[in-house]
Design a protein around this ligand. Structure first.
Ligand SMILES: Nc1ncnc2c1ncn2[C@@H]1O[C@H](COP(=O)(O)OP(=O)(O)OP(=O)(O)O)[C@@H](O)[C@H]1O
Length: 256
């Protein structure tokens, strides 16, 4: 009989050790210890001002912690350069929807990390753009201005932007804010599918406690200050032998 796979094959993607953060005199986070393993789905819940966005910004390298250590994919965040492995969808109100960019331009901008300079698109980049547009089913609106789209369409565009580098980890900050219930259902179905069949690890801040609990269970794994962490380990229902499925199973369930 073949050996039963164990959780050991799920490597830590994110490790936080005694992480603290303060804005000038305001302490937002103190001594946070937490780890996220490959293919976990982590839901982050907390009241307004609890520090959820601050935490995500630290994890995607936008702000350094004021204390403690963050490791990404086994490496200290201070040395980490592999940013294409992480896709980030910031909070909607952090984005300027009036900026006169088309869907195609917004999605393409995800290809370039802060160290890159916008150049002519290579053939490889064009293929990645086409893939991302197709996966999120937004090819038909590729030349529309982002500000003219519905909330659900904009959400798909920003998810496509975060996915263009085919990341291992998706970090989402309140992705369903301002979107109707039906569209939210479609969105949750899509990310569940991506988690279960495409090996993507998720870290998602959401106020939608009901939908999160449905998927992640009612008991938070941990609490730090006002922030609660709900976790579904991938080995709850997936085995470690399933790897590199990313492009072998089509994405089903669209965000309408
Ligand atoms: N740039 C900043 N300068 C100073 N204080 C800030 C800054 N950004 C956030 N804060 C403060 O830090 C605290 C945590 O903010 P943060 O945005 O991380 O909370 P949050 O949990 O994401 O809240 P929300 O659910 O409202 O988005 C809040 O008190 C906020 O006012």
């Amino acid at each position: 009989m073949s050996a039963i796979p164990t959780a050991d094959c799920h490597q830590p993607m994110i490790e936080l050790r005694d992480v603290c953060f303060s804005y000038k005199d305001q302490h937002v986070m103190k001594d946070l210890n937490f780890s996220v393993k490959e293919r976990d789905f982590v839901g982050i819940v907390g009241s307004n001002g609890a520090g959820k966005t601050t935490l995500l910004k630290m994890l995607v390298g936008l702000m350094p912690p004021t204390g403690g250590e963050i490791r990404l994919f086994g490496e200290s965040i201070r040395q980490f350069r592999d940013w294409e492995r992480i896709g980030y969808v910031p909070q909607k109100n952090a984005l300027n929807m009036l900026f006169p960019a088309t869907v195609r331009e917004v999605v393409t901008s995800g290809l370039f990390t802060n160290k890159s300079i916008f150049r002519r698109l290579s053939r490889d980049a064009k293929a990645k753009l086409d893939d991302a547009l197709q996966v999120m089913r937004i090819e038909d609106i590729a030349d529309k201005r982002i500000g003219r789209l519905s909330g659900g369409q904009q959400q798909r565009v920003f998810l496509a932007r975060a996915m263009i580098n085919q990341p291992d980890l998706l970090v989402l900050d309140e992705p369903t804010v301002g979107i109707d219930a039906e569209t939210q259902d479609g969105f949750f179905e899509l990310i569940r599918h991506m988690h279960q069949h495409h090996n993507i690890t998720f870290l998602m801040v959401s106020h939608d406690i009901d939908r999160l609990e449905d998927y992640l269970g009612k008991e938070p794994r941990q609490q730090n200050g006002k922030i609660k962490f709900f976790v579904r380990h991938s080995h709850d229902d997936l085995d470690c032998g399933e790897t590199n499925l990313q492009h072998s199973i089509p994405l089903v369930g669209s965000v309408e």
